[in-house]
Design a protein around this ligand. Sequence first.
Ligand code: MOS
Length: 736
Amino acid sequence: MTTTMEAVRLIGPGVDRVDGPLKVTGTAPYPADFGFPDMAHAALAHATVAAGRIRGIESAAAEAAPGVLAVITHRNAPHLTRGPDTPVWRQPPPPLQDDRILFYGQYVGVVVAETAEQATAAARLIEIDYEPAEPLLDLNDPRAEVVTDPWGMDAHRGDVAAGLASADITVDANYSTPDETNNPMGLFATVAAWDGDSLTVHDSTQWPHGVRAALAVAFGVPESGVRVLAPFVGGGFGAALRVWPHVLLTVLAARTAKRPVKLVLTRPEMFTGVGHRTRTVQHIRLGADRSGHLTVLDHEAKNSIAMEDDNYEPVATDSSWAYACPNVDVRDLQARLNIPYPTSMRAPGQAQGNFALESALDELSYATGVDPLELRLRNYAEIQPQLGLPWSSKALRACFEQGAERFGWHARDPRPRSMHDGSWLVGYGMAGVSFFWFQPPCQARASIRADGTAYVRSSATDIGTGTYTVMTQLSAELLGLRLDQVQFSLGDTDMPEGALEGGSGLTAALGTAVRAACRGVIQACLGTVKDDPGSPLRGCRLDEVTVADGHILHSYDPVRSESYADILARHGLDELTADGDSAPPEPQDVGMAPAGAFAARFVEVRVDPDLGLVRVARVVSAIDAGRILNEKTATSQITGGTVGGIGMALLEETVTDPGTGRITNANFGDYLVPVNADIPDLDVLFVGEPDRFNPIGVKGVGEVGLVGMAAAIANAVFHATGRRIRSLPITVDQLL
Ligand code: MOS
């Protein structure tokens, strides 16, 4: 079977979001919009020390407060089982299991009351007597436990020591990045209702089946009785990947109060309760010959991990395959601290690691006198150097060349402080990006209904990224229907198990499952008519047909054609349904290295030499993400990621008080993110071709748009000022 999809050009048309009207009319139901009759409300109490024990709790005043139905602390909470582990992280430890305090802001109680205001007021009345201990808060604290090679992904090639000894030119530099907070706009909410041992939960999640599994384990009930719904989620950036303590506490509150319960986190709780990007310190050593060919790449990164937690944050890992280099050593370490549980935040690990690597390459370009763009082309990895396999697709060279052309890179005077605009210093900087590949297994189901329309679904989510839209487009394409003839639904564990929306992998994973389901339902139609003398398609095989205008057609004899509606009507069927799943093969089995997206970022900055102000004036992003299903939503993804990258470079930093472990800027007044006035013209172009590893040719655009911006901006700041900033964010005080 071929569809126009399979022969189609790289870029699909930019159709509008199918869920746009629901969003702009305020009728898209987000988790906090759901309710149940007789619902109560919960609020949380937090630890005000970062380490130690609870000596005593005085909760009588809270229990006696107006409207209060229950006060739960570790003294009356039941055992909650942790788990299950996922392929990339453990779920955080369940709350209220003992008297220990592991970080500032840890939940020490939950109050259930008739109204949210009553619950909040009563939670403040819980008095806790702490026996504090000295918290570990510093990455370099020698008392902190250091976990080495946490994911077994450290990589080695050749001989770094020998390479450094014989290198013509070396770069040896330390870089650091701060804690950052994901900060989706939508405050996370959980609404839970028990019916006997059955449980219904609305939750802000990027992975409904992950929540279902964790709740079933925690409360010792069968997964089949737990239903998790998330038809709309107000952003996530990774914060909604893990199953957080507040979700368990809401479900526990509902069980204890014997009422449905709603909990909506506050903005400060979004800083301590739903993860963060961990800070890093990184050491890079590069060796090269005089013409800039890399001979050594040594990258060690240390990031932070919470007590009793595991979290996937590969910072140095991706440096091993970003460039061709014979002698390579990359190592990731994690120091265990008294901090809130981290999580993936858009481009976890790589966002920080790329800043260090691409800054170090810029330093090497000045040390060798080789233009930064030319330096990257000289070290281009034609094959995946760590696996020794050809890439499934790689158009990074085209990203570099077309991005440079569009930007006007060749007009750059290489000397620092050489370019001006009035009193402002002008700098051009660039960075390369080789994003990691990730594609989890995924399932979907497709039905053709009696009227010839389709219903396609999976329990996956759309966190604002466009899943509804691109899956509706893809289903329509694969079934030969118009967009308005396809209903695509998601975010409900009663549907086939969707992949987590993370790691830029959902479109590839879900799209492949949707493709399998759509092919399956066409196969089911052909099976229905295989012995049907009245059908022109009798005896046709799947590989002999195509689809268009609600019909299945014989590819070489299109007069032999029949509509879905006619097939179902003649056989008296209400619908035909098929399931599809996707699981990527092993790279060695198919002889290619699966490629994530690639990108080249080009940035122009203006720096006020007297005030140290940095303005980003222009950004050109050239992206190879394989097939682009919808240029409009894909461009939005890159644009949004770029804004996040500008935030990372210049503004974002979650500040922890070094004495107490309290986050001091846990609000949108003090935690700075870019506003429209900070964002210049953002030019996005897509290059490349459909990927060969993924059956629908896509590589994912969710995260690549953020990566590379921090380095490109820091490199542009160096070009403008001659000041090398190795610590993010780049602030005024560093430039004075
Ligand atoms: Mo993304 S950090 O994998 O939601």
